[in-house]
Write a protein of this length. Structure first.
Length: 283
């Protein structure tokens, strides 16, 4: 299946989307896509088939998010903790990612037509060389798209993301690009790879954050659903959004960032792109 599933919204569902869109729509939604193995067990198939169904559900969900006008989606696809799973399952998940990122490059014209920018957030050095090069190519190929930003947390934990941000900031203070006085919550937030979601959805009845976006969720509306991720429907998504509309905090005013901080952030972005280009050429 491709990254965006076409023709998966009926006329009635489109009507319901339009009704929900008369209220406030989260500008960034995050998903902890949990329950793939329980789904596999329930249907007597291998866990790899459950993860594959999980990807199919992601492509349907992205179509719903596009129809709802949600500009940013972040999904937890592989935690650093997941490396502790059996070798067979880890290999199957890596193969699934290889297959889907190759598909992303093969379908690049269509992805660009949808305007989807794909960003992988995580410790890329933990990935096999070929997969790291593949995801880097995917990120570079879609970097100018701006209709939907899809962040895929892969080889990711929230605490690791915060540690990496701290290390970038320390290096910049050492290089005198930043002063120690510049370090505040605004700078840490902007240095992280992922922005703050307005709504976080976790499926499968688990009500933990499991080290996902720990810094970013300080003001996020949380929604927990009992449904297993591969069984998630548009009705579950609309219920989550209606929950958001009932509980959303008032919108915060964006502050302006100082020139020193902005220069640091621009350099950081430039170095990230350079690193991706290096991964592509070195493989
Ligand atoms: C959690 O369910 C799910 C995962 C660890 C993997 C999620 C991955 C996908 C949906 C595919 C995404 C792929 C790409 C390339 C973006 P679980 O395994 O913890 O299931 P359980 O809670 O029932 O044990
Ligand atoms: Mg799980």
């Amino acid at each position: 299946m491709s990254w965006i599933k076409e023709n998966c919204v009926s006329f009635f569902q489109l009507f319901c989307i339009k009704v929900v869109k008369t209220g406030r729509i989260p500008q960034h939604i995050a998903f902890i896509m949990d329950g793939n193995r329980r789904y596999a067990k329930k249907h007597s198939v291998k866990s790899s088939a459950g993860h594959s169904r999980g990807f199919d559900k992601l492509s349907e969900t992205l179509k719903w998010c596009l129809d709802l006008g949600i500009p940013e989606v972040t999904v937890y696809a592989f935690s650093i903790e997941n490396f502790k799973r059996t070798e067979e399952e880890v290999n199957a998940l890596m193969d699934l990612a290889r297959d889907k990122f190759q598909r992303l490059l093969d379908d690049i014209d269509q992805i660009n037509e949808w305007g989807v920018r794909v960003h992988i957030a995580g410790r890329l050095s933990l990935l096999p060389d070929d997969l790291r090069a593949l995801v880097s190519r995917g990120m570079l190929a879609t970097q100018h798209n701006n209709k939907l930003r899809l962040n895929i947390a892969y080889a990711y934990t929230g605490r690791d993301e915060i540690s990496r941000a701290a290390s970038h900031i320390i290096d910049s203070v050492k290089n005198k690009e930043l002063n120690a006085d510049d370090i505040d919550d605004e700078l840490v937030s902007a240095t992280l790879e992922l922005g703050e979601p307005e709504l976080l959805v976790r499926t499968s009845g688990e009500v933990r954050l499991s080290d996902f976006m720990l810094w970013q969720v300080s003001n996020t509306v949380l929604y927990f659903s009992d449904v297993l991720w591969p069984e998630f429907t548009i009705w579950n998504l609309l219920a989550a959004i209606i929950h958001f509309q009932r509980h959303a905090p008032l919108l915060k005013e964006e502050g302006t960032i100082s020139d020193t901080k902005q220069t640091f952030l621009n350099k950081l972005e430039f170095r990230r792109i350079q690193e991706l280009e290096k991964y592509v050429t070195n493989c």
